[in-house]
Design a protein around this ligand. Structure first.
Ligand code: MN
Length: 201
């Protein structure tokens, strides 16, 4: 299976002033695209050639795993952001977050705290575990929770390339910006779909 390179679901400067068009273009074309191209090249002639992306993430090792996970993670990250300033977490899904974390504020603090304390490159995830409870976890480098049987709902890319042009080394400022861009309706949909899937299986 040759993997396509997904276009961004918004204009290149749609996330300004929180994430600049320059950062987004660089991130999408110099990182995401390269991971997809590497993956397509690496799987040629291997047992992964005709596998879907999630299967590759679950079983591959080394460079094939790294590029597959980074291709997936970036699609997941870019698709969950939304133009229009200050997306607010409210309604039914805010109540779900409150049930899992105590309050939306505490959830945000935990998520940001996890991002700030992660040493080096990686990803912060809101996931659903096998018991159907939410957790915030971090993964270094190309890490992806699918590999551990967890269901990803939200991710923040905390590799420096995601924010350095806009925020230099100030990862917590980037997190504040990221928070204003999250498309909560989509995260809620991911959560609802995960519930349907687990009931169906
Ligand atoms: Mn990235």
């Amino acid at each position: 299976m040759k993997f396509g390179f997904p276009e961004l679901p918004y204009e290149i400067n749609a996330l300004e002033p929180f994430i600049s068009g320059k950062t987004l273009k660089y991130h999408h074309e110099k990182y995401h695209q390269v991971y997809v191209e590497n993956l397509n090249r690496l799987i040629m002639g291997t047992k992964f050639e005709n596998k879907d992306l999630e299967t590759i993430i679950k079983v591959a090792e080394g460079a094939i795993f790294n590029n597959a996970a980074l291709a997936w993670n970036h699609s997941f990250y870019f698709s969950e952001l939304k133009t229009g300033n200050n997306q607010i977490l409210k309604g039914t899904f805010a109540r779900v977050i409150k049930r899992n974390f105590g309050s939306v504020r505490f959830f945000k603090e935990m998520f940001t705290g996890s991002a700030v304390s992660l040493l080096g490159s990686g990803w912060i995830w809101l996931i659903l575990n096998q018991k159907g409870s939410m957790e915030i976890i971090h993964e270094s480098n190309a890490g992806n929770p699918l590999r551990r049987g967890l269901i990803p709902l939200l991710t923040c890319d905390v590799w420096e390339h995601a924010y350095y042009l806009d925020y230099k080394n100030r990862r917590s400022d980037y997190l504040e910006a990221f928070w204003k861009l999250i498309n909560w309706e989509l995260i809620e949909k991911r959560y609802d779909d995960a519930g349907k899937e687990s009931k169906g299986s």
